[in-house]
Design a protein around this ligand. Structure first.
Ligand code: ZN
Length: 350
């Protein structure tokens, strides 16, 4: 929201709004209420400690050229809320420690890096059943992007040694998996020295994702030489990828000719596979967050309570949590008070 738009909605001049931002003037209680309503936060959000700010160049955005600075900042602000929530959880629960390597000078060989990581994580050439759960088991914190950022692709960043990924949940399950693998690629192969982040970085992350989800050896052994659209559509489930992504991978590995690839893409487009996945699978969501909030629930702390502590609306929190809803604790007795003993350790098996 621009300052002018906000000022109009709140009923003050943009200049007065600037005074509030500079803290050279304080809004009246009434104006504060209107500001909170316009920005969809509780009034006490404004008196919360300063939010951590993610540096502008810490994250890579796919459609950067098309994206305004305002949208980028909004996305990064969501990342800031995600960090805040993560810190809150980490103070109370024993979450998986980050176990994501950063390969030096790997940007030139994304496919090699993907293979190396597969072996480091002892995946071999196995199918990855759930990319989000895999990332979480290795200490990546995965959140969902709020509804108002539906136009933003996934993004990721390192935050004080912890890898963080925000995913757009409005895409198909297959594209969501690819996005998660793409962001993993950024985290693994792009060091802070790989700036500025641009189109090359995006292509490298895509190559990493394709190789990570569809290992070369496995694809070569799958008997898909010269596969047309029908075989691509039936084979894609093996890797949990979009038909277009598999067609691209077959071509990249020399299993299809330029001509077959072009005609397959055309046909897939006609069948609706360019913009969506007609026979798509079930969207992946976070297991770590579900388990964490399940544990908090046992202590009588639900999303509303966490939201109150973070000075946010519960709905704002839920948007970061893949829309997580938790049923009440069985028996209905709320346990209040401080938990004793060491924080519970969360085990995530993939
Ligand atoms: Zn990217």
């Amino acid at each position: 929201m621009t300052r002018t738009a906000l000022a109009k909605q709140v009923g003050v001049t943009p200049r007065v709004l600037a005074y509030y931002e500079e803290e050279s003037r304080a809004p009246s209680a009434d104006v504060l209420k209107r500001l909170a309503a316009a920005l969809d936060v509780p009034v006490d959000f404004f008196s919360a400690p300063e939010l951590e700010e993610i540096p502008t160049d810490a994250a890579s955005f796919r459609a950067l050229t098309k994206m305004s600075a305002g949208r980028r900042d909004a996305a990064l602000a969501s990342g800031g809320l995600a960090i805040q929530l993560n810190d809150w959880l980490e103070a109370r629960l024993n979450l998986p420690a980050p176990d994501v390597p950063r390969y030096e000078r790997a940007a030139g060989d994304p496919a090699g890096a993907a293979q190396r990581l597969r072996f480091e994580w002892e995946l071999g050439y196995r199918r990855i059943d759930n990319v989000v759960h895999l990332l979480e088991a290795h200490g990546v914190r995965v959140f969902s992007l709020p509804e108002h950022l539906a136009d933003v692709d996934a993004f990721s960043f390192w935050w004080r040694g912890t890898p963080v990924v925000l995913l757009n949940t409005r895409k198909s399950a297959e594209r969501g998996r690819f996005d998660a693998a793409h962001e993993l690629g950024h985290l693994v192969i792009h060091s802070d020295y790989d700036l500025p982040r641009g189109r090359d970085r995006e292509l490298e992350a895509n190559r990493f994702a394709a190789a990570f989800l569809m290992p070369e050896e496995d694809v070569l052994a799958s008997g898909l030489r010269n596969a047309g659209p029908d075989r691509v559509i039936s084979a894609k489930k093996r890797w949990g990828v979009a038909a277009m992504a598999l067609a691209h991978r077959l071509h990249e590995l020399g299993l299809t000719t330029d001509w077959t690839y072009a005609s397959t893409c055309r046909r897939l487009s006609q069948l609706g596979y360019r913009s969506s996945e007609p026979d798509g699978g079930v969207r992946e969501t976070s297991k770590l967050l579900e388990k964490s909030f399940g544990l908090m629930r046992q202590r009588g702390i639900g999303i509303p309570e966490v939201a109150r502590e973070l000075r946010l609306h519960p709905a704002t929190l839920r948007e970061l949590l893949f829309g997580l809803t938790l049923t009440a604790v069985s028996g209905g007795r709320m346990e209040k008070g401080v938990a004793t003993g060491p924080p519970p350790r969360l085990q995530l098996l993939t």
